[in-house]
Design a protein around this ligand. Sequence first.
Ligand code: FAD
Length: 424
Amino acid sequence: MKMLEVSRRPVGADSAVRTTCCVVGGGPAGAVLALLLARRGIDVTLLEAHSDFDRKFRGDTIHPSVMELMHELGLADELLKLRHVRVAGLSVQTPKGPFTPVDFSRLKTRFPYMTVMPQTSFLEFVTGEATRLPNFRLVMGARVKELIEEEGGAVRGVRYKNRSGEEHEVRAVLTVGADGRGSRVRRLAGFEPKKTSPPMDVLWFELPKEEGDPVEGWIARFGRGRIAILIDRFDHWQAGYIVPKGTYPELRRAGIAALRKGFAGPLPEFAARMEGVRDWRQVSFLSVESSRCERWYKPGLLLIGDAAHAMSPIGGVGINYAIQDAVAAANTLAGPLKESEDRLVSLPQRHVAAVQRKRQLPTRVIQTFQALIQRKVFANALGSDEPFSPPPMVRLLLRLPVLRALPARIIAFGLLPARLKRGA
Ligand SMILES: Cc1cc2nc3c(=O)[nH]c(=O)nc-3n(C[C@H](O)[C@H](O)[C@H](O)COP(=O)(O)OP(=O)(O)OC[C@H]3O[C@@H](n4cnc5c(N)ncnc54)[C@H](O)[C@@H]3O)c2cc1C
């Protein structure tokens, strides 16, 4: 093992910090990894580019697997005291009535539902827990600009700019890029993800709630060539309008009234409320993509979550997979990192390689499933003027007791779920 080297670039004495693990990005993956490592006694610095965790239009789902993790950490009861909605299943309206391919209530878990909570609350909760530990440090408003690299390419930390534009360094045994699908760390490390382009894009906006609205937590309706969804955000609805990929410019040219009319097609009871959507500035465009890096690591560096693999929104598994990467990384790396910390030696690459080995198969398989559903269900529904009806074969298969719980299980836990090691 190699002794740690000091960065080749001189910095002011008080602007450099030395830590064992520097996590870049305080999203679900980075925040959970930082908490898990800090609980194992590892010195962790978490750098988050934004000044707060407040995000509009982000995934607000906490999957049963994540609730199980919170339970194992003794945090589930506290987390569930925060305002949330519990969703028992995911249904879509079809001409033959509601079709419920995903029913969490059948799952054998303490948490047989999807917990829907603003991601802000979840991230504040997780980092709040970590902040109680003396070996955890959170720097908000810290935008990573460069990697500190040794000759030969081993990563030894990062340089970031703080809110006032001052440059700082964090030197670390391991740097983890958990900075999302547009990851700068990934780009700086020279990794290029392979992208596939799902056949849709999503427009997000808010609609007010009214007395007598359904209390299902989530509503999805397939219209003619369009899909409208509503997610319960307590005091308003988060509305998503799924359109065929590449058609957004055309919709913009047609004018905001075309959005109002299109969305109200499958959800006519919301037509009056759509009148409040008058300006494109109220609408946020999400270009849907799916990608995966061939390699998630190099000496001194690991990518996790969306930085390693951006997930299609089909099934809403992005957060689940990001957090399971964090669990697998903490299980695999806590021991070796402790050793590096104690003996001041670098981390052998086989440990970071092991994290990718554990997580790449479940990622690859779920992305293959998502691509299949995109092609067979979404592309058909978005490309057709007929009202959506699930293929008879799908209905039939989901009646079989052995398959009935499968979609819920995959969404709730993912494939080959990473479970926290005992004592972690
Ligand atoms: C509109 C929308 C809706 C979604 N809905 C769902 C859903 O319902 N369910 C679901 O499971 N998934 C959903 N997803 C996907 C889900 O949000 C992601 O899969 C998940 O957040 C990935 O977690 P992450 O921690 O890897 O990355 P992110 O959540 O993207 O977090 C990355 C963090 O890194 C920070 N960062 C970026 N660059 C830097 C830098 N240079 N320096 C320091 N920090 C940096 C960012 O500010 C951010 O906080 C949705 C995504 C979008 C965009």
